[in-house]
Design a protein around this ligand. Structure first.
Ligand code: FRU
Length: 521
């Protein structure tokens, strides 16, 4: 990134393409594209990750190595709609600020580069690096568009690539694909991790309606050892982007494994969403006796989320794609399309007899929040309290509620409104973006109120934390027990916040705080 008179940031995206399509090892510099952005276009998020320009979907290859957090992502550098997939790349030292990097992986003779993961091959089991300089290995799906066109079923295979300079340059493995395809139509999104209990590389792969688990000693030769889920969980759509990891339950020594599975469509509020299963994993097989369908996030815009490999302190850090396949291609931005959710820390808690996956922004975000003093606010029966602020669309609103009933509304001068309701009689939180701004770009974007059942919410008081950016709202209730993430496209910033007390007794919001959030670009 180069700063030009402090106004513009010019990002040079070096486009590397295969000089010779048959030789996946030789990648030469053939084109250089210059992308100029000041990150100030209409709707441009100010503290969420976006690519400088063009189309982005899933986060890929989340891995920490040598002091940096890598964020690769599904990227199409030639348009703001989905197309031949590359892996875009950015890095961060603090999980708050991001530095844009050149494209990491380009399509080749095996196909487009679909979603996948990355690992540090510390013991150089693959032989692709050395013990002194262990390779970073990316494991991804090859999607062969010709096979798809020909209506074959074997067009998705798994390939690998490696980097010996911490992600700056990549070489595809000569023997790709490392996992072929016999006849499985949807066969993709490998998530690989090193299981130090079994000393095996473990791969999660989805195959349409179920998960497959594969094991390897060297990241190159793989063996399928088990399957999960044909008859469990939500099946309203195809299974995508799996992840599996252990978490301790609260402060106890009990450990459970959590399986994430994105499905599209079939999410509770329509389109794409991410379900999870809590269970056990013995190194080869995942089992769960969970009956209920559980969701990471009840908003419509948190999809294909997965977690980092190799983080310091074993933190389980999650990033999702803040969009939904139902309208992802139609959202009203022109230069780039879509953003990532805030990075969130995952943890596990037991509420009554049920395990709940908690997701909550990393503490690192606090460095951007310009904390204002908090105060207790009391709203008398049947009254409305009004707060005026110059710009809510880069703000944190936080309070502790003493009651499981409140009604909050953000408004602007164009009469656009975003409403959040908690209703104890229905045991429900409702997020209403129907008239929140521009919504008519696609018929399903603003047609219904998004609902989140809160059956296991402990008795009040509990925290409500709302993070608003230019085109998103993230709601975290009780420290991330209940979460909703939605895109919004207000044509002006919201400047008014109303808190209405619909009941006959006073409503107390403790530690009420409105704080500006600094931009990251
Ligand atoms: C999820 C997904 C993945 C696939 C990728 C293609 O959003 O459909 O299953 O690998 O996007 O871009």
């Amino acid at each position: 990134m180069i700063k030009m008179r402090n106004f513009f940031k010019v990002i040079l995206v070096l486009i590397l393409v295969n000089a010779c399509k048959n030789d996946s090892k030789t990648e030469t510099l053939s084109m250089q594209k210059e992308i100029t952005t000041d990150y100030k276009e209409a709707y441009r998020p100010q503290y969420h990750f976006t690519p400088p320009a063009k189309w982005m979907n899933d986060p890929n290859g989340l891995v920490y190595h040598q002091g940096v957090y890598h964020l690769f992502y599904q990227y199409y550098p030639d348009d703001i709609v989905w197309g031949p997939m590359h892996w875009g790349h950015a890095v961060s030292k603090d999980m708050v600020h991001w530095e844009q990097k050149p494209i990491a992986l380009f399509p080749d003779k095996h196909g487009y580069i679909f979603s996948g993961s990355a690992v540090v091959d510390v013991k150089n089991t693959s032989g692709l690096g050395t013990i002194e300089n262990p390779p970073l290995v990316a494991i991804f799906t090859y999607h062969d568009p010709e096979g798809e066109e020909a209506k074959r079923k074997d067009f998705q295979t798994q390939g690998i690539a490696y980097s010996l300079d911490n992600g700056d340059s990549w070489t595809k493995y000569e023997g790709n694909p490392v996992i072929g395809n016999k006849n499985t139509k949807d066969f993709r999104d490998p998530k690989v991790f090193w299981n130090d209990r079994t000393n095996k590389w473990t791969m999660l792969l989805v195959a349409g309606d179920h998960l497959q688990i594969w094991l390897s000693d060297n990241l190159i030769e793989w063996k399928k050892v088990s399957t999960f889920g044909k008859k469990q969980g939500a099946h309203g759509g195809v299974w995508e982007c799996p992840d599996l990891f252990p978490l301790k339950v609260g402060d106890t020594e009990e450990e459970k494994w959590v399986l994430l599975i994105s499905i599209n469509p079939g999410a509770p509020n329509g389109g794409s969403g991410t379900q999870y299963f809590v269970g056990d994993f013995d190194g080869t097989t995942f089992t769960s006796d969970q009956k209920q369908h559980k969701w990471v996030d009840w908003g419509t815009d948190n999809y294909a989320g997965v977690t980092y490999n190799n983080t310091p302190n074993d933190d389980r850090i999650f990033i999702g794609w803040m969009s939904n396949w139902t309208y992802a291609r139609d959202t009203p931005t022109e230069k780039w399309r879509s953003a990532m959710t805030l990075p969130r820390k995952l943890s596990l808690q037991k509420f009554e007899e049920s395990y709940g996956l908690i997701n909550y922004p990393l503490a690192a975000l606090d460095s951007l929040i310009q904390k204002e003093e908090s105060k207790d606010v009391t709203v008398a029966a049947a009254q409305t309290e009004r707060f005026v602020f110059d710009n809510f669309n880069q703000t944190e609103v936080k309070f502790t509620s003493t009651r499981k009933d409140f009604f909050i509304m953000f408004k602007n001068e164009a009469n656009e409104e975003l409403a959040l309701t908690m209703d104890s009689s229905q045991k429900m939180v409702l997020l209403d973006r129907i008239v929140s701004g521009k919504t008519d770009f696609q018929e399903d974007f603003g047609n219904v109120i998004h609902q989140m059942p809160i059956d296991n919410l402990p008795d009040a008081p509990f925290e409500v934390r709302i993070l608003l950016d230019k085109s998103s709202v993230e709601v975290f209730i009780n420290g991330g027990q209940y979460v909703m993430t939605d895109q919004i496209f207000p044509t002006q910033n919201y400047t008014i916040l109303e808190v209405e007390n619909v009941k006959e007794t006073p409503l107390e919001l403790m530690d009420f705080q409105i704080s500006k959030i600094k931009g990251i670009w």
